[in-house]
Design a protein around this ligand. Sequence first.
Ligand code: HEC
Length: 300
Amino acid sequence: MHKKYIVFKISIIIFVSLFCLQLYAQTWDIPADKKAKNSYIPFTGVTAKEGEAIFTKNCMSCHGNPGKGNSLKTLKPVPPDLAGAITQQRTDGDLFYIVSTGRAIMPSFKNVFSDDDRWKVISYIRSFNKQYVQVLSKFDPRKSKLVKINVSFDSQTYLIRVVVKANEKTGTVSLKDDEVELFANRYFGRLQIDKSLHTNQDGVAFFQFPKDLPGDKAGIVGLTVKVSDDNYGEIEYQQKLNIGIPTDNPPLTQKRAIWNVVTKAPLWIILTYTSCVLFVGLFLLYILYSLWKLKKAGTT
Ligand code: HEC
C-alpha cells in the first residue's frame, strides 16, 4: 500500500515536469526591444528567392518545406512548419531573434549569416503568408560606416578596453548599451574572449584577456571586435595587439601528418611503405634468380 503511494507520487512528479517542459518548449522568452525590431530590407520576390536558397541549404533538413508539414518528426521538439499559424503570428523581431540565438536543437545562426541574410530567410518565410504586411525599420545600414571602434590593452590588469563611437555630422556620439563581442583569431575560426558584454554610458566595454593565450612568434594576437547597434547595425573591426605568449609553432602544413603531401608524411608511413616495396622487389628478384638457377640445372 505504502509502496504504491510512492510510485503514485513519483508518477505525478514526472508527469508535471514533462508537462512544464512541454510548455517551456512552446514559449520563447524574447526581450521587448528585440521583439519590436524590424527589417531594414524591404521584403520582395527577389529577397524571398535569395532567402529560399539559404533556407534550402540550412533549414530544410529539419523544418521541411514551409506549408508541406514535412519537418523532421523524429526530433524533440518537432521543428515547426514555418508557414504555420504559430510562426506567422510572431513579429519579424521574434523570428530574427529565434534564428539568431536558437535554442537546444534549433541552432544559432548569429555567427553563420550576416544580418542581411537572416532577414532574407525571414522574407522567404513570410512569402507563405498572404496576410502579411511588412513594417520597415527606419534604420539605414549605411550608417555603420560612421562607427569608429578603438581597442587598447592594459598590461597591469590584462583588460581590453573597447570604445565604440559614431562620427555624426553634429559631433561624436558614444554608443551605449550596444552588444560587444571580442574574439581572438585562430587557425580554425575564432575563439571568444570573455563573454558578450554591453557598452556603458561612455560607449566602453572591458574584456578580461587570458594571461596564457598563445600568439605568433612575436606574441601578436589578431583580435576581432563585433558590435551590434540598433541604429548603426552590425560592425566588425580587426586589430593586432602584442599581448599573447610568443609561440613558435610551425604551421600545420609544415608538420609531418597523415593528411599532408608525400614529402611531409609521417616517418613511420614512409618507412613502412619503403620496406614493403623493398620486400616485394627483393622477393621478385629471388624468384627470377631461382628460375635462372632451375634453367641452368636443366641445361646441364
Ligand atoms: C537541427 C534542426 C534545425 C535546423 C537546421 C533549423 N531549425 Fe529552426 N527549429 C528547430 C527546432 C527543433 C525548433 C523548435 C525549438 C523549440 O521550440 O525549442 C525550431 C524552431 C524554429 C523557429 C520558431 C518556430 C516557432 O514559431 O515556434 C523558427 C522561426 C526557426 N526554427 C527557423 C529556422 C531557420 C530560418 C533555419 C535555417 C536558417 C532553421 N530554423 C534551422 C530545428 C532546426
